[in-house]
Design a protein around this ligand. Structure first.
Ligand code: FUC
Length: 776
């Protein structure tokens, strides 16, 4: 074994280290607006106890052990496989027969034929993969005193402090979007007390080497579903220290007797785009060189400033009880028996922290686990499930003032419009583009897994709602012009593929499914389920509106209007419920408590169905919700919170929030349990909390529509509303105290509070204040 030793003189800065790097700084300043920390009295054992950090692209789960630290690492472009095209001309040949069988009521036969002929090749998508772990062994026993592990949402820094053998140790770590590195600092209260051995452990094919002060893991992704492995990655860790001695072996770096240590971690793959893997993972070297030229203070200051630029736009106060004094895991354990309104506020802000950490301009969008995955084959591949999950990830983005985080989703849709045009042409002989119920890093768009899940052509159309919302909240006309062709392409696919229903009166999708729910005719495949019609009503309406604003495409507008008018209306079934399918099948469906509530899309996230304009349909949606029941898994509960909030049933909505915070659905690190972990519930739940305080439905901003008794006094600052408004709302003893509306561009808002409706003019760059008395 080759061993090299480098003495690191105390007080002499390393060549790569800027002067001042080791100045001890005071702790990150106190967060604004309540205690925004997750904290624990013990290290993480399970992955769902570890704390996530991320810069949108690089992610790490921090375990905080005393004898050993584990940083489980991710880079958001490391998926299995390589570029591929799953479309299949056989699908188009079978299409007319599948439609005929559906029209003839032979659903099981239709589904069998679709399974045989219409599915993607390969049938499944490759998974998102971990880089592996960076392990730091401290050569100490695991026993510590005064141990505390925390994640400060306001500074986006995770830290561990403890005393060991009379020495106080502090570890702080963050993932910098500014410098594209993960940075960790380790300090001790006594000189020469920092010892560590850094090594890698990975389930991926890879090799470790040492170059000077840098530990390097190079590796590749794996082949899955018959797709050859096309990605290479490189992870570099540079160990910089004040004092002590750096000892390197072939596959590890050891630091002995240092006063403090700074670790810089850079990771990259050769992924460039869904059809281009020509990147160079060794750019990590330059990233480390650049970061090593800055001090800890500089790196930290740039990181916190960038994080706070987004994070501090919104504050939420739902009241505090003594329960908030306890460690986070204990609060979750007690969430069913103690009143802890601040836990809901923390859940909301944690979701905002997570979105900032896993979806930033230029990165991949938030996948099923956001950015954080420790497996080679993750649950559901940790990819993009677009029949609810990816959309739910972005529900809070616009209203919770994180519109910048939507950019990766817009970029994904741009890719899908390319790959989905191929699937539209090859599988359906249609114009435009289509995406089914999942996509991945390679932007595959054909139906996967099996017809009962995958044979659903609406994924791309649903994503287009987010394109429109981004305009509707922000009002940026140039952006609208940029994304309008994507919306038009999504609509063109349906102009070409909608077919007459058996009555000949209406146009319907066929084949399709009501996401993942089987109907009583022995299959899931069907024609014209409620969700498809509701999504299409929104898509056509938004296309028409966008084309009007941009003054383009009159013929296309007319075609959208004509097709939209022929979509079957929502129907109320014999149980008083909103029909999930064209036929009144709901009461006989084999899984009455199914987790998906797809037919309620019209109530939320869409506002087509609402209490004021369509009260009968809203009552039917309520009946459907009651029939489904509230008990479900993470994201399905989160959807129900938003739906109950739209029905303005405050106490009931609050009871469903309690279900979400139950330890069976919220892990100790506050990750949502599906189970296992799936991040959509975090985002959907956060949006539900906001929906209780501010809603935008039917062209009006509604204040405190579902305020529960448990949150009787509080405030929210910085919420965004459609039409370019931002508002602060405060309330006392269950009654509106005041609402302040701002508008960068100026505008007229309709604002509702209880039964009162006010038309309010907000001057450009100015604000307008409203009180409860003005709504009397
Ligand atoms: C859909 C859901 C599952 C899971 C998966 C990722 O298939 O029905 O519950 O959330 O997506």
């Amino acid at each position: 074994m080759v061993t090299r030793r480098t003495a690191l003189k105390s007080g002499v800065a390393l060549a790569t280290l800027a002067a001042g790097a080791w100045r001890n700084t005071a702790r990150t300043q106190e967060p604004a607006g309540g205690d925004l920390r997750l904290w624990y009295r013990q290290p993480a054992e399970a992955w769902t106890e570890a704390l996530p950090i991320g810069n949108g692209r690089l992610g790490a789960m921090i375990f905080g052990g005393v004898a050993r630290e584990r940083l489980q690492l991710n880079e958001d472009t490391l998926y299995a496989g390589g570029p591929y095209d799953p479309s299949d001309p056989g699908a188009r040949i079978a299409l007319p027969r599948v439609r005929e069988l559906i029209a003839a009521g032979k659903y099981a036969e239709a589904q069998a034929l679709a399974n045989e002929k219409m599915m993607a090749r390969p049938l499944r998508m490759p998974s998102y993969q971990t880089i592996g772990d960076l392990l730091l062994s401290f050569g100490a026993s695991g026993f510590a005193e005064e141990y505390r592990r925390e994640l400060d949402l306001d500074s986006a820094v995770a830290s561990v402090v403890y005393r060991h053998d009379g020495v106080s140790f502090t570890r702080e770590v963050f993932a910098s979007a500014v410098d594209q590195v993960i940075v960790m600092r380790i300090r001790a209260s006594r000189e020469a007390a920092v010892n560590l051995r850094a090594s890698f452990e990975t389930p991926m094919p890879g090799a470790v080497r040492v170059e000077g002060d840098t530990l390097i893991l190079t590796g590749s992704n794996t082949s899955q579903e018959g797709l050859p492995a096309a990605l290479r990655f490189e992870a570099r860790v540079r160990v910089l220290a004040q004092g002590g001695e750096l000892v390197s072996t072939e596959d590890a770096l050891s630091l002995r007797g240092a006063n403090s240590a700074l670790l810089l971690i850079a990771i990259a793959t050769n992924y460039r785009r869904f059809d281009d893997v020509g990147g160079d993972p060794s750019r990590t070297r330059a990233q480390l060189d650049a970061a090593a030229g800055k001090s800890w203070d500089q790196l930290l200051a740039a990181h916190t400033a960038e994080h706070r630029r987004m994070f501090r736009r919104v504050s939420l106060d739902l009241g505090t009880t003594s329960a908030a004094q306890r460690p986070t895991d204990s609060r979750i354990r007690n969430s069913q028996t103690s009143e802890d309104p601040q836990l809901a506020a923390l859940y909301f802000q944690y979701a905002r922290y997570l979105l900032i950490s896993c979806s930033r301009p230029g990165t991949q969008p938030a996948n099923l686990q956001g950015l954080w995955n420790d497996k080679l084959s993750a649950p559901w591949g940790s990819k993009y499930t677009i029949n609810i999950n990816t959309e739910m990830n972005y529900w809070p983005a616009e209203p919770a003032n994180l519109a910048d985080c939507v950019q990766p989703l817009v970029a994904l849709v741009k890719d899908l419009a390319v790959t989905g045009a191929r699937t539209a042409r090859v599988n359906y002989g249609a114009r435009g583009w289509v995406a089914h119920h999942n996509t991945d890093l390679w932007r595959a768009t054909a139906p996967i897994d099996g017809a009962r899940w995958g044979m659903w052509p609406m994924g791309g159309a649903w994503l287009c709602q987010h394109l429109w919302d981004h305009y509707d909240y922000g009002g940026d006309r140039a952006y609208l012009a940029d994304v309008y062709p994507l919306m038009r392409g999504a609509a063109e696919f349906f102009l070409d593929t909608l077919v007459p229903d058996p009555s000949g009166q209406y146009l319907v999708t066929s084949p399709s499914v009501s996401p993942e729910n089987e109907h009583p005719m022995g299959a899931a495949i069907c024609a014209g389920p409620a969700m498809d019609r509701q999504i299409l009503r929104d898509l056509f309406a938004h296309c028409i509106r966008a084309a009007e604003i941009l003054r383009v495409d009159p013929e296309f507008r007319a075609a959208c209007a004509a097709a939209g008018a022929k979509l079957p209306p929502d129907r109320i079934g014999k149980g008083g419920q909103l029909q999930e399918w064209l036929e009144d099948w709901d009461l006989e469906a084999p899984e009455p408590d199914h987790r998906h509530v797809s037919h309620l899309y019209g109530l939320f996230p869409s506002g087509q169905i609402n209490l004021r304009q369509t009260p009968e349909l809203a009552a039917a949606a309520r009946r459907s919700l009651e029939l489904r029941g509230d008990l479900s898994t993470g994201w399905a509960i989160a959807w129900r919170i938003n739906l109950w909030a739209r029905l303005r049933d405050a106490e009931h909505t609050h009871s469903v929030i309690k279900l979400l915070l139950d330890p069976s659905r919220t892990y100790p690190n506050m990750f949502d349990a599906h189970p296992p972990f799936q991040i959509d519930g975090n985002f959907g739940g956060a949006n539900g909390i906001l929906e209780m305080l501010v809603q935008g439905v039917g062209g009006a901003i509604e204040l405190l529509p579902a305020l529960p008794r448990a949150w009787s006094t509080g405030s929210v600052r910085g919420v965004r509303a459609r039409g370019g408004f931002e508002l602060d709302v405060s309330w006392r003893d269950g009654i509106l105290d005041r609402a302040v509306l701002r508008s960068a561009a100026g505008g007229v808002a309709k604002v509702r509070y209880r039964e009162g409706l006010r038309q309010v003019r907000v001057r450009k760059g100015a604000s307008t204040t409203l009180t409860a008395a003005q709504f009397a």
